[in-house]
Design a protein around this ligand. Structure first.
Ligand code: ZN
Length: 142
C-alpha cells in the first residue's frame, strides 16, 4: 500500500519518475484512462490484477475497511486462498493527476510482483523499472 506515514517511504514514492511527457503529467485522471494505463503495468509486470476505483466495493470484497488516507492498496486474498487475480484499489480522491496515478500503479504493481521487498530501496527501484518499461511500451513504434 502507499503508506503515507513513513517519511522515507513517502520520499521514495515521490521520487518515482513517470514516463509521461511533461504536458500530460498534470492532466486529470479518469477511469477509462486509468484502466488503459493499469493494463500496461499488468503487461510489463506479467501480473494481472483487477483495478477497482469503487472503494466501498473494494472494502466489501476484501472484508477490510479502505483507509481513506491511502492513495492505493492491493488485496491478494486470504493467505490460504490467494486470489488468482488480485485487486488493486486506486483512490481517485487522492490520486488526481496522471503523474500521481503512474506512481501509484507502479508502487502497487511492485507489491504484487515482489511482495517481500516491502518498502526497501530495492522495492522502489523495481517500481521505477516498471515505469521505465511502460514508457518503452508507449513510445515504441507501432
Ligand atoms: Zn506500499
Amino acid at each position: 500500500m502507499v503508506d503515507r506515514a513513513h517519511p522515507v517511504t513517502e520520499q521514495r514514492h515521490a521520487d518515482l519518475r513517470s514516463p509521461l511527457p511533461e504536458h500530460e503529467r498534470d492532466l486529470p485522471v479518469d477511469v477509462s484512462w486509468l484502466r488503459r494505463r493499469a493494463k500496461l503495468f499488468a503487461t510489463v509486470s506479467e501480473r494481472n490484477f483487477h483495478l477497482v476505483t469503487d472503494l466501498a466495493a473494494y472494502a466489501s470484497i476484501s472484508g477490510m475497511p479502505y483507509l481513506s488516507h491511502y492513495a492505493a492498496q492491493v488485496y491478494l486474498g486470504p493467505k490460504t486462498a490467494r486470489l488468482k487475480v488480485p485487486l488493486m484499489a486506486i483512490n481517485l480522491g487522492l490520486v488526481t493527476t496522471r503523474e500521481e496515478a503512474d506512481r501509484a500503479l507502479a508502487h502497487e504493481t511492485m507489491h504484487l510482483v515482489v511482495p517481500s521487498y516491502g518498502h526497501k530501496a530495492a522495492a522502489f527501484a523495481r517500481a521505477q523499472l516498471l515505469l521505465d518499461q511502460v514508457g518503452q511500451l508507449t513510445t515504441a513504434p507501432a
